[in-house]
Design a protein around this ligand. Sequence first.
Ligand code: KIV
Ligand code: ZN
Length: 386
Amino acid sequence: MDKNRVVIFDTTLRDGEQSPGATMTHEEKLEIAEMLDEMGVDIIEAGFPIASEGDFRAVSEIAQRSKNSRICGLARANLTDIDRCAEAIKHAELNRIHTFIGTSPLHRAIPNLTMDEMADKIHETVTHARNLTDNVQWSPMDATRTEWDYLCRVIEIAIKAGATTINIPDTVGYTAPVESADLIKRLIETVPGADEVIFATHCHNDLGMATANALAAVAGGARQIECTINGLGERAGNTALEEVVMAMKTRNDIMPYTTGIDTTKIMAISRRVSTVSGFVVQPNKAIVGKNAFAHESGIHQDGMLKNPENFEIMRPEDVGLSGTSLPLGKHSGRAALRDKLEQLGFEVGDNQLKDIFVRFKDLADRKKEVFDDDIITLMRTDDAND
Ligand code: KIV
Ligand code: ZN
């Protein structure tokens, strides 16, 4: 594969669905999986098959229906979980078992295992998974708070046992971009066998750095980004797919990486995930927020009408929008009002525009947004007064 190709691993249906209150129905999961498949996501983490009968059924049906994407299921580090996962993904043309265990001091205390006991468990479980499929991902959960020597040791064990992807989770969103890049780079330089596997980055957004950390990890050598639509996920969420993909596309000069994503499908899936999860997208959210391609102030609207590049670094069409929006409000200027009037079929001279503009401002002071119908009413009352 091209050395600058970044694999997009979407976990909306697993980590995203773990977000309190984001549960989706079986049909909704199938629909989202189909949209992910069609937009060019390389790997879909479709669920956690041991978690419930419903999760098993969803992973299994998504595995049977997938046309292009590799279908992955999550399993803890025990043979029962891994067997159940293998059963769920077995019908996918391309499949993957993703198995994990918490390796930091805090997480090692949960199952109460010594370092040696955990190392043995990793060897046993990754070997078992590899006997069931030739594509195994292993994650040391809470990797960014795991001791350096121990992290290197367990990754080496997982690679020797047959893992094909090593994922480095920043489970609690603790790391910072410089550390994220450095950690991946040093692991690739240090761990024997690292050049035979793909390193992945899985970032949480507790400090609002998930996107920056994922991109920094790619700069450090990671070639798989784990992410979700709209950044859905545990607590403050995961890296947002739309953000990393559009960042690499827009700033390809300094991030010369490619993905297989058809970015024109971003808006449609963002809206659908928001509807089925019940998680409203904040208006000023990067890429997919309602205001991401909207300009209200007079200076910006005038600049946009002269040349969109004045205030937009991406084309709205590239994320699936029909165009920029210039909502009319109290900050809007004459240029945008004239533009709107023309769109609505009204030809006005300079004097008439001056008069309508005064009445428009008066209305805008009383209303948050002035809609097309308001403008039409203004024009009708203008006609009646003539
Ligand atoms: O955040 C995390 O550590 C996870 C693992 C299961 C990879 O989601
Ligand atoms: Zn996670």
